[in-house]
Design a protein around this ligand. Structure first.
Ligand SMILES: Nc1ncnc2c1ncn2[C@@H]1O[C@H](COP(=O)(O)OP(=O)(O)OP(=O)(O)O)[C@@H](O)[C@H]1O
Length: 270
């Protein structure tokens, strides 16, 4: 999707490498000895119990949390060794959708999406808003939505607007924190399909934090499970499902997990 300012790894090679990550807040250790690879072009689902550190991991990778130990290498660059200029360039290659959308309430939807284009690419307001309209159409929002303020949008529209903003700079990697939380099942399923379409069309790599089993079964190539301050397993769904761990058993083989599996199998057979 980007102009490929820098070379991307081959599909299946790591685009993000996390090694020995440690995060602590005062005495509270959230991550210790955490290792994870994210592969070029994959949709990686990141799951784990509430408070297991999924969002903190996402924030450490995008540079919003400074880890207390270990290293994160993204697109070949160690985050803790970047000059300010390289950091800004790397930032441009990452699109982030935060849990609550994080749109500015004082700006229209179009202005929200135009903001990164104006800030990073120094586009004129008119050019930035023109490009923003293209991004809003890409995520399936009707043209009139651009003129609305975020408070006038439904939950599903807010997610799409936030996704349009995350895509504004044509990122190579998309970070999504609970993108389907709060959506009804139909809205969530539509969002999953949109994500697949975007990944397939633009070859994006997606780091997806979610609790949504349907999203995991529908969209993810691999799943990373956070437990005990580290990544317990990162593999395909079928391998993860068979991992001998209480949380994994309860999550994937509980009633909701079974119904998500069934839905996936029926969708395949249809
Ligand atoms: N800025 C912060 N200061 C202090 N503690 C924090 C901070 N950010 C996160 N934490 C703590 O780190 C732990 C992990 O938080 P995180 O938000 O990553 O969990 P999560 O796995 O995403 O949870 P959930 O599924 O409920 O969203 C929590 O105990 C949280 O309270």
């Amino acid at each position: 999707m980007s102009d490929k300012r820098e070379c991307l790894p081959e599909p299946g090679e790591a685009i993000i490498q996390v090694r020995g990550l440690q995060n602590r807040f005062a005495e509270h250790v959230v991550h210790e000895h955490l290792d994870l690879d994210v592969m070029q072009g994959e949709i990686l689902g990141v799951v784990g119990g509430s408070g297991s550190g999924k969002s903190v991991l996402l924030r450490s990778i995008v540079g919003l949390v400074r880890p207390s130990g270990g290293e994160v290498v993204m697109l070949g660059e160690r985050l803790d060794q970047l000059s300010e200029r390289r950091r800004v360039l790397l930032e441009r290659r990452c699109g982030v959708l935060f849990q609550q959308g994080a749109l500015f309430s004082s700006l229209t939807v179009t202005q929200n999406v135009a903001l990164p284009l104006r800030e990073h690419l120094k586009l004129s307001p008119a050019d930035a808003e023109h490009l923003a309209a293209v991004k809003l159409a890409l995520v399936g929002l009707p043209a009139h939505a651009g003129g609305l303020s975020p408070s006038e949008l439904s939950g599903g529209m807010i997610k799409r607007a936030a996704l349009a903003r995350a895509l504004a700079l044509d990122p190579d990697i998309l970070f999504l924190d609970e993108p389907t939380a709060g959506l009804d099942p139909i809205g969530a399923a539509a969002f999953d399909q949109l994500l697949l379409t975007l990944r397939n069309a633009f070859g994006l790599t997606v780091f997806l934090v979610t609790h949504d089993l349907d999203t995991l079964y529908t969209t993810c190539d691999r799943i990373a499970v956070l437990s005990g301050k580290r990544v317990l397993v990162a593999d395909t769904l079928s391998v993860v499902e068979q991992t001998d761990d209480k949380w994994i058993r309860d999550y994937f083989h509980g009633p909701r997990g079974r119904s998500a599996q069934l839905a996936k199998h029926s969708a395949r057979e249809a």
